[in-house]
Ligand binder design. Structure first.
Ligand code: UGA
Length: 436
């Protein structure tokens, strides 16, 4: 018999989870409080940009094992397993806001019409499962049995579908054999990738993994600061470090800092969990501080190159927090734009996917801020071009053409996408991160 899966919350994690679980052959229904997300999903159009998602959404809607309901109660009642994918946004003091998780737990308590396995999929602080159980036990109306489990998601935006269907690990945190059996059955295809732990461990694996990766990035960014004061080259330092298999080459790319909906939030959440439990995470406070500093170091670089920014035309290439996504949450571009606006610069912004989202934060306001339909148009007449996100199309720009259309051929590259010697040979003044 097919396990009936309900996915609660169809944001980035939820929608990808629903579509990919259906792709694995399960019977899945997704739901969300935002009506438009469900309308879009039912029409086969994801409300987010994620490579490969639309195709799989349409395929699985068509073959009938994926559906979306507007109704949370019905989703709960019709499902054996509930993947909770609601957001846990950051509160002003850095803690994770658990309002939505609590709300969903209460609705599950209201609709406990048969055994349910409740799976935490979104990133939650360690000990969340104990709270979910407490809420369900307080509000339940009947004695049906249930289990809580943790199955943290490790997918990256921009390659989410690929990551889900090619996992390097499936973490299953359980406290009953029944829950373990069900989750192992759901992930049968990846049986050799499964690690079963208790729930606290699974919850902590997620926060620890994200914080560790953020630490790697801040570490190399700090090294890049030292490289800028010496003759060392951060790209080669990272390559040399990465050759040691104990360190590995990934997440050692220096730049304007990490953004997104996960690293900044998860680092701060873990600092708070530590505080609540009497464990000093000063290490992570430093990681966060170094990351925030990246923006000001970069903007200072722009000032050192252009001197006065007032009425200078500056092209900003890349608005999303990383390539292959339209997501601008905590994108370094936002603070860079704010700082440059304060200085009175005229900004010409371009991104292949994220312009619509950025317009919600910075509405178009000529001549201070203009959105351009292409990188070339952004660069036309500019006194400098900034690279904030390493979209592949920027690497493929026709630099000979760029050199002729810019007022001053100056590139300030926050992601080290070009070879300094090559671009300089083409006539550019070129500045990048942690290298001469
Ligand atoms: C991250 C994790 O990589 C996923 O495993 C995790 O599932 C996800 O958070 C989550 O918790 O949901 P994501 O935020 O999509 O994924 O993006 P990453 O590819 O990890 O990049 C995060 C940020 O770090 C980006 O701003 C990126 O530009 C920056 N970064 C990454 C660097 O500055 N340098 C690097 O070497 C790598």
């Amino acid at each position: 018999m097919k396990i009936k899966i309900g996915v609660i919350g169809t944001g980035y994690v939820g929608l990808v989870t629903a579509v990919c679980l259906a792709e694995l052959g399960h019977q899945v229904v997704g739901t969300d409080v935002v009506k438009e997300k469900i309308d879009f999903a039912l029409a086969g159009r994801p409300h987010i940009y994620e490579p490969g998602l639309e195709e799989l959404l349409q395929k699985n809607l068509k073959r009938g094992n994926l559906n979306f309901y507007h109704d949370l109660d019905k989703t709960i009642q019709d499902s054996d397993v509930l993947f909770v994918c609601v957001s846990t946004p950051q509160l002003a003091d850095g803690r994770a806001d658990m309002t939505y998780v609590e709300g969903v737990s209460r609705r599950i308590a209201d609709n406990l019409n048969s055994y349910k396995l409740i799976v935490e999929k979104s990133t939650v602080p360690v000990r969340t499962s104990a709270w979910i159980k407490r809420v369900i036990n307080l509000y339940r109306k009947n004695a049906e049995n249930y289990d809580v489990a943790s199955n943290p998601e490790f997918l990256r935006e921009g390659s989410a579908v690929h990551d889900f269907l090619n996992p390097d690990r499936i973490i299953i945190g359980v406290e009953s054999e029944k829950a373990e059996k069900i989750l192992c059955q759901i992930y049968q295809k990846f049986a050799d990738k499964i690690l079963v732990t208790n729930i606290d461990t699974a919850e902590l694996i997620k926060h620890a993994s994200n914080s560790f990766l953020a630490m790697k990035i801040s570490f190399i960014n700090l090294i890049s600061e030292l490289c800028e004061k010496t003759e060392a080259d951060v790209e080669l330092v990272a390559r040399g470090m990465g050759l040691d298999p104990r360190i590995g080459p990934q997440f050692l790319k220096a730049g304007v800092g990490y953004g997104g909906s996960c690293f900044p939030k998860d680092v701060r959440a873990l600092i708070h969990i530590g505080e609540e439990m009497g464990v000093d995470f000063s290490l992570l406070k430093e990681v966060d501080k170094i990351n925030t500093r990246r923006i000001y170091i970069f903007v200072n670089k722009v000032k050192q190159v252009l001197w006065v920014l007032r009425e200078k035309k500056i092209a900003v290439l890349g608005l999303s927090f990383k390539p292959q996504t339209d997501d601008i949450r905590n994108a370094p571009s936002i603070e860079v734009i704010r700082e440059l606006k304060k200085e009175g610069a005229y900004l010409r912004l371009y991104d292949p996917q994220a312009i619509a989202n950025m317009k919600k934060i910075f509405p178009e306001q000529e001549p201070d801020l203009v959105y351009c339909p292409s990188a070339y148009e952004a660069l036309e007449g500019a006194n400098a071009g900034l690279i904030i996100t390493e979209w592949p199309e920027f690497q493929n720009l026709d630099l000979r053409k760029v050199e002729t259309i810019m007022s001053n051929p100056i590139l300030i590259d926050g992601r080290n996408i070009f070879e300094p010697a090559e671009v300089r040979k083409m006539g550019f003044e070129y500045y990048s991160i942690g290298r001469k």
